[in-house]
Ligand binder design. Structure first.
Ligand code: PMP
Length: 287
């Protein structure tokens, strides 16, 4: 079954899908993106993802490439054309194609829009969650505006590659003050001995994860308390449970930090219950 991509108004064969060599996303990482989970044929938390996309575009003064109301239709169409029941849908918007100048391109330059979808195996994800993942820590070396979901992800690429080479699946950026900021592609959480969920405030210095936001709703439903505050690597290592969150991992248990086991080295029960309840609480848009 050939994959189909949406590129600037056309549905094309994925293998041949391309953008211009002077697309500003390609030349300057001058663009933003969203990744939504697709689960059981539904796009998960689509309105929140669209709201964050709108914020990212606004912060960078990039216009919507198509009207906001039409994008969900394109996303649904790409999901359907690729027969994705479980997986993800990826949306990327760049400032468009223009002669290579640092200044913004002339008014009227159309932003580029690419939408793709990919299948994932829910059984494999469930298995990963049963064993948990390992994280390493790296010094924060990203720019100050990581609240914008920019395609400029080189520090994240390097950090995650370092994690992979260390036998881990995620790298946590650690601030100069010793607190954990977030992962290369996920938010970071701990659960204290008293069963309180702790995650860093999202006003500054991290991406406000959509999964993070929905987990606040899940926690409320389960009667769990959340504290938004920074935590150190040492506090995480001594925590009752540790997990990461993202659209593609949901709540994923962390069982080791820099090689040291978290608690008994097995996924914790609260993380498992958050993961189980997530889909029921999240907003589901039929693809
Ligand atoms: N932080 C970073 C740096 C990320 O790349 C991601 C994944 N997009 C997240 C957090 C989690 O965000 P979300 O829950 O919206 O996937």
């Amino acid at each position: 079954m050939p994959r189909i991509a949406y590129v600037n108004g056309r549905y094309v064969a994925h293998a041949e899908a391309s953008v211009h060599i002077e697309d500003r996303g390609y030349q300057f990482a001058d663009g933003v993106y969203e990744v939504c989970e697709v689960a059981r044929g539904f796009i998960v938390d689509m309105p929140r993802h669209l709201a964050r996309l709108n914020r990212s575009l606004t912060e960078l003064s990039i216009d919507w490439p198509i009207t906001r109301g039409v994008l969900p239709l394109v996303m649904g169409e790409v999901v359907r054309r690729n027969h994705v029941v479980d997986g993800l849908v990826y949306v990327q918007v760049t400032r468009g194609v223009a002669s290579r100048e640092f200044f913004f391109p002339p008014a009227g330059t159309k932003p580029s829009l690419v939408v793709t979808a990919k299948k994932a195996d829910p059984a494999a994800a469930a298995k990963r969650a049963e064993s948990g993942i390992r994280v390493i820590t790296v010094p924060e070396n990203r720019w100050d505006r990581v609240d914008i979901k920019s395609v400029g992800l080189l520090p994240n690429v390097l950090a995650k590659q370092k994690a992979k080479e260390a036998g881990a699946q995620e790298a946590w950026f650690v601030d100069v003050d010793g607190t954990v900021k977030e992962g290369g592609s996920s938010n970071a959480w701990i659960i204290t001995r008293d069963g309180v969920l702790v995650t860093r405030p999202a006003e500054h210095g991290i991406l406000r994860g959509i999964t993070r936001t929905t987990l606040f709703d899940v926690a409320a439903k389960l009667g769990l308390k959340i504290e938004e505050r920074g935590f150190s690597v040492a506090e995480a290592k001594a925590a009752r449970e540790v997990f990461i969150s993202s659209a593609t991992t949901i709540a994923m248990p962390v069982v080791a930090i820099d090689g040291a086991p978290v608690a008994n080295g097995h996924p914790g029960s609260i993380t498992v219950s958050l993961r189980r309840a997530f889909f029921d609480v999240a907003e589901k848009s039929p693809a």
